[in-house]
Design a protein around this ligand. Sequence first.
Ligand SMILES: [Zn+2]
Length: 253
Amino acid sequence: MVKRPKIPLPLQRRVRQQCAFGCVFCGKPVFEYDHIIEYSKVKCHEFDNLVLLCRDHHGPKTHHCLNIDLLRAKRLNPYNRDKSISSPREFMAGNNPYMVIIGDNIYGVRISENIDESNFSALTIGDQNIISITFYREGGLIYSLPSINIRDENQETLVLVSQGEIQTYENDLRVGLQNWDISCANKTIVIRSAPRKILLSIEYNAGGFWLKRATLYDRQETITVNEKGVHFEQGGRISGQSHVGCLEGLTIC
Ligand SMILES: [Zn+2]
């Protein structure tokens, strides 16, 4: 079987712009690229045939339970259109920075007015970016997409979301539905490593992004995040930090 080529990056960006950086039905910022007419039929990546869908909406589409005309209409008028996180003017005034909360540590991100795309490292452990957020300025509005990289005890990648897109590897069975589950409901992204075992829980809305719960594995120890802060297995915690206008959030060396 011929390996299916990746969607070229400039085309991915156009599709994200068209879909206003989220699932066209519900706006969720963790998604997959979907071919409206299946790739196996068209055998190419075409702008008009590509759309962003979250996992909850991708399933019914794959099983032909979703009306194609409705999907096309949604693609032209996606959920997120005009639901920006803020207007640029409010950012210039500095009274409404995007808020990133890690446990109970608060970071206010001011997005530079003359940059179309910027990246904020929200949580870094060692040289590993665990969570970062990319901001896009599009038609005077600002949209945000998360990147999430979660590893297990053996430092093997468990979940990888790259600028909103769920990354799966056909040959890597560890990264598959049998081993983890990602869901977005009620403005919460939840990643489970097994039924009822929550690995990470993020709440987001137009003004911010809150990492409420997480279990993270450093080379040396287990780090847990909850509403009381960031806790280290071998003792110590980081709690109550608050910065506005910083370039990065929490870095653990
Ligand atoms: Zn959706």
